[in-house]
Design a protein around this ligand. Structure first.
Ligand SMILES: [Zn+2]
Length: 204
């Protein structure tokens, strides 16, 4: 079983998409409260049966156990599909839940069904790009070491370990490709094309 799900099966699992659903989160006397509007509280219990990260409750705004539990609970509540939720919640935590904050004037965050749909679609695209990557896994690639950044790419290198494309980033770090992909970096499309072009030249 692969841990990824293509966009076609995502659609098949949710015939009754409801993009009008709105989730809100706020803190009440120190407790993190999440509601599906209007006024229906989302609790950790259903998601704890799938994975137990944080029996003490939800959190958001960073990558940790409380945000992991919230990511799983939101996907499970929204999709009603355990497999989809388990396949995507770690990335959903990194890409979405770690970014939530209560900077709204009334002190809550808000996430719509459309937001969740869009995030799941982007994560599926990322999965497809990682899975279609034909290059040797043991090679080192370059990544930017950041936390909480929304878009990830890894860069191919030449024999000297320099990146192939001219995209200018500070602080690139070498990682084995398998590790970069486990952290859900996808190939830089520019590097990808340069490398393919070079391979065509040398194979002639
Ligand atoms: Zn690149």
């Amino acid at each position: 079983m692969s841990g990824t799900i293509d966009s076609q099966s995502l659609e098949q699992t949710r015939p009754n998409q409801n993009q009008d659903i709105v989730y809100v989160g706020y803190r009440r006397r120190g407790r993190a409260v999440v509601e599906k509007q209007p006024g229906q509280e989302v609790t950790p219990e259903p998601s704890l049966k799938l994975a137990n990260h944080s029996p003490s409750g939800f959190s958001w705004g960073y990558s940790g156990s409380g945000p992991a539990q919230l990511a799983l609970a939101l996907l499970l509540d929204y999709t009603g599909d355990e497999d989809v939720s388990l396949a995507h919640y770690t990335a959903f935590k990194n890409e979405v839940v770690s970014q939530l904050d209560c900077s709204h004037p009334e002190g809550y965050w808000r996430l719509t069904g459309s937001d969740i749909e869009n995030a799941l679609r982007e994560l599926s695209d990322l999965d497809a790009r990682i899975e279609n990557d034909p290059y040797p896994e043991q090679e080192a690639v370059l990544v930017i070491e950041t936390t909480g950044q929304r878009s990830y790419a890894y860069h191919e290198t030449n024999q000297d370990g320099d990146q192939l494309c001219p995209v200018n980033h500070d602080g690139l770090t070498q990682l084995p490709r398998t590790e970069a992909q486990a952290q859900r970096y996808a190939p830089c499309q520019f590097c990808h094309r340069i490398r393919r072009a070079n391979e065509e030249v040398t194979s002639q």
